[in-house]
Write a protein of this length. Sequence first.
Length: 243
Amino acid sequence: MTVVRIKGFKIFKDRHGRMRCYHRETGQKIDLVKAPLGSADFFTECKRISAIAEANKAKAPKVGTLGGLMNTGLDPSDALNLRRDQIDGETIWGVLGKTGVEVAIPIGPTLHAALKQAPQHDAPALLANSRGEQWAHNGFSTVWHRFKTGLEAEGLIQPGLTLKGLRHTVATTLREAGLDERRIADFLGQKTLSMARHYSRSANLAAKNRETMATLETENARRARIVKPSAKSVKPEPKGKSE
């Protein structure tokens, strides 16, 4: 019996003794009744599925795009609408779509590195897709879901992370680092019209948010160094036993 092996595909017998085949990365199955194993139709189907998988990889969010979203603390739709002309030195002056509030986003080391890794493009938008065009929110959400599913399968993130969850993560990290709600609100642009002071592009807001970004960078670095505890349980010492 000839053994057929195709890179990227798993070929096996199920518990009923029937041959099965699927693409390892996408889970796409091949109907071996319509395309018998080893036939020309089978190889054509393998090639088609592999080509689709490669095309989807090219459309996936790039490191720079995800890093940009994570480190702005903005709602995804606001982050994707950032423009290049909103960069002023080491600060990005964004505007929240829902409230019109202006936010000062410091370009810290992590955000700077993320933007540097983003695909080169000529679009007015700061973040663009692989075709050099501004991301549409729906389009980014679709490829983000595909990208996130892959990370979950590799155990790199917990299930349930959403795009809006990236913004909540920033807020939670800053709160756990000890910053007060007012400073976090200023950083995220969470100011209602009744409580908002008049913020122009002042050195005061930019400097204040740079300090907040520095705290965020430090806390993220600290968390990245934390070693996961051992899965083995540690039995307590019996009572009365000397140390």
